[in-house]
Write a protein that binds this ligand. Structure first.
Ligand code: G6P
Length: 367
């Protein structure tokens, strides 16, 4: 049957709502409760090769790059392997040093993004090993890689990626779990994460069920000329993705910043006309994040706070959106969902073509 938006006003809306089912597919058959690990048969690496990895380098463009940053954090936290993400569009232009004990990971929904494809070719030409996190089966990037993890998100039509991004995060969680378990991650931690992963589809649904309340917040944000999105460590790529979505479809200026860096510059811009969306999960940095909220409020900057139930934000004047709690490492995949809804409803309020924003393409296949 043809893939159509059906009763939804747009593909983006349909695809956001498909996330619980898509997430369940990404996990299906890949979790091993008994050994507290993941099974990713398509990686084509044995235990010896897996243990030899000294570094992980992730490459992608746009939302895939930001989720790559979330993935790098997962790999460092769970497998304790140094990891980072880089924009694939920049990578090959700096004549990168390719190392045999680095695992390169290419992330792409379409599998056809030319910048990511050329990065893969550069790595392979220089003798590196690349695995793909790709949604479209048999796509160019999937074919060029040494192995891979298919995302099983199903077709995604809207330019603004939602369910594919969620499944990319889950793909990274599975990869990090598998890498971790052949190294030092304990079976207890492995089981703890598996338990967290299996709760994610229903927890995404809980957030989607709050759509009406989040839409009301989006309507307020849509009136601002400029919006800051701030977060720290795990929350920073979430803020980057939130700002990206917001600017892509609402055409409002949105800027992501590390909350910790606000005082080193952008605090000068905070005023009643410039709202901030702050990512404040219940984690090691909650108190510091709450401190920053007070600094923003003191400059009379309107605040929307994405947080967890029970987090004490003090007396700060803000609109609060709580997401369900999971294991801290997995928080980003839930924190990002309200940001999709904020961008979507701001754009809808402004009357934009949500699925085909001006000047953008779903996949950029020419340089
Ligand atoms: C384009 C789209 C973005 C997307 C990026 C990467 O720029 O507008 O939404 O994140 O390509 O696409 P890919 O298919 O490689 O994930």
């Amino acid at each position: 049957a043809a893939y159509e938006a059906g009763d939804h006003e747009s593909f983006m809306h349909k695809e956001m709502l498909e996330q619980p089912a898509a997430a369940a597919r990404a996990l299906s058959g890949r979790l091993d409760e008994r050994f507290g690990t993941a099974h990713l048969g398509g990686l084509n690496m044995d235990a010896r090769e897996t243990r030899a990895i000294r570094r992980v380098k992730i490459l992608g463009c746009g939302s895939a790059y930001y989720v790559g940053q979330m993935g790098a954090a997962l790999v460092e936290e769970l497998a304790r392997i140094p990891a980072d993400a880089e924009a694939a569009s920049e990578f090959r232009y700096r004549d990168p040093v390719i190392e045999a004990d680095t695992l390169y990971v290419a992330v792409s929904q379409s599998g056809e993004t030319i910048d990511t494809l050329l990065a893969v070719q550069e790595i392979r030409r220089k003798g590196g090993r690349v695995v793909g996190l790709v949604n479209v089966v048999g796509s160019a990037i999937a074919r060029e890689c040494d192995g891979g993890i298919y995302l099983h998100a199903g077709p995604e039509v809207a330019v603004a990626s939602t369910k594919a991004l969620t499944n990319m995060f889950l793909g990274f969680a599975l990869l990090a779990l598998q890498l971790g378990r052949v190294r030092d991650l304990s079976i207890a931690d492995g089981r703890r994460l598996i338990n967290g992963l299996t709760r994610i589809p229903a927890q995404i649904q809980e957030i989607l069920d709050d759509e009406a309340a989040i839409a009301a917040v989006a309507e307020q944000l849509s009136e601002a000329e400029s919006v800051f999105f701030v977060g720290r460590v795990r929350g920073f790529p979430v803020a980057r993705e939130g700002a990206q979505k917001f600017k892509e479809i609402s055409y409002r200026h949105a800027e992501a910043y590390q909350t910790s860096e606000l005082k080193h510059g952008p605090l000068a811009l905070i005023s009643p006309a410039v709202p901030t969306v702050a990512i404040v999960p219940d984690d090691e940095l909650t108190d510091r994040n709450v401190g920053a909220l007070h600094e923003i409020a003191a400059r009379r900057g309107p605040l929307v706070v994405i947080t967890h139930e029970g987090v004490d934000l003090g007396e700060v004047d803000c609109v609060r959106i709580d997401v369900p709690r999971n294991e801290r490492e997995l928080d980003p995949v839930l924190l990002v969902v309200p940001l999709q809804l904020l961008a979507f409803h701001a754009a809808q309020r402004l009357g934009h073509d949500i699925d085909k924003p001006r000047n953008l393409a779903k996949s950029v296949t020419v340089e």
